[in-house]
Design a protein around this ligand. Structure first.
Ligand code: DGL
Length: 270
């Protein structure tokens, strides 16, 4: 048993889709969440910058005495996970590996669509992981840069979000995919719009949920699950803490949340 907190981070608020799954699947766990709202989006940045930002956040989370870290960001998972694992002595789980595994299990035709940020698509990480598991699979990737600002604005159910989703999903429909990976943690928050655009016969893989199932199994194997006691949720951001608190209330259905502002750059190069 280990009642210490789990650290969770994202470039912004999309990682709250991971926190939402954690509270459903492993409610006894305490969470410390960091959203890098001052430097969002990560999707248009280079691997080197994304890795540097992720290092700073990992140092901050380690200072909170976390027992494990979930990279609740597809972009950081596909660009920085290996580096973080090699540099820090804490279990680190990303969202991409669990998402790729689940897509391979779900797809019958082997034609798999991957939605992600530009940096995620450019990394080729999902293609690589899917091909390791299913060498014959066809992976069709689509960068969706407009989704992150729509989600951060809270436009979950909006005609404009529906139209943007139709536009991004059209090429995947034409390619005949039977499974689509929501390869960015912002996307599960607009799953309905994406589902409508792609039609009910196409399976959607929620990477946020898959990552939580993976961390639960990992902690269970290591006898590190929290037991008893009351779980807590702490929220930190590099900017716009009021927006984070109200967004977290909306996504998590909890009232009275507060967020704290952190100068994350002070965690650079320690
Ligand atoms: N939630 C992040 C991801 O999963 C959003 C990326 C961004 O900041 O552009 O990729």
């Amino acid at each position: 048993m280990d009642n210490r907190k789990i650290g969770v981070f994202d470039s912004g608020l999309g990682g709250l889709s991971v926190v939402r799954e954690m509270r459903k699947i492993m409610p006894a766990e305490s969470i410390v969440y960091f959203g890098d709202t001052a430097r969002l989006p990560y999707g248009s940045k280079s691997r080197a910058v994304i890795t540097d930002f992720s290092r700073q956040i990992t140092r901050f989370l380690l200072e909170q005495d976390v027992k494990a870290i979930v990279i609740a960001c597809g972009t950081a998972s596909t660009n920085a996970l290996d580096t973080l694992r090699s540099e820090f002595d804490v279990p680190i789980i990303g969202v991409a590996e669990p998402g790729a595994r689940s897509a391979v299990r779900a797809s019958r035709s082997g034609r798999i669509g991957v939605l992600g940020t530009e940096a995620t698509v450019k990394s080729g990480a999902f293609d690589k992981m899917i091909h390791q598991l299913a060498p014959e699979a066809e992976v069709i990737s689509q960068a969706c840069p407009l989704f992150v600002p729509l989600v951060e604005s809270g436009w979950f159910h909006d005609a404009i979000t529906d139209r943007v989703a139709e536009r991004y999903l059209q090429p995947l429909i034409e390619e005949g995919v039977d499974t689509v990976v929501l390869g960015c943690t912002h996307y599960p928050l607009i799953k309905e719009a994406i589902g409508q655009a792609v039609g009910k016969d196409v399976k959607l893989i929620n990477v946020s949920k898959e990552a939580v199932l993976e961390i639960r199994d990992f902690l269970d194997r290591m006898d590190m699950l929290a037991r008893g006691g009351e779980s807590t949720c702490e929220f930190y951001a590099s900017d716009s803490i009021d927006h984070m608190a109200s967004f977290a209330e909306l996504v998590l259905g909890m009232g009275g949340l507060t967020a704290n502002k952190i100068d994350i750059e002070k965690y650079d190069k320690r």
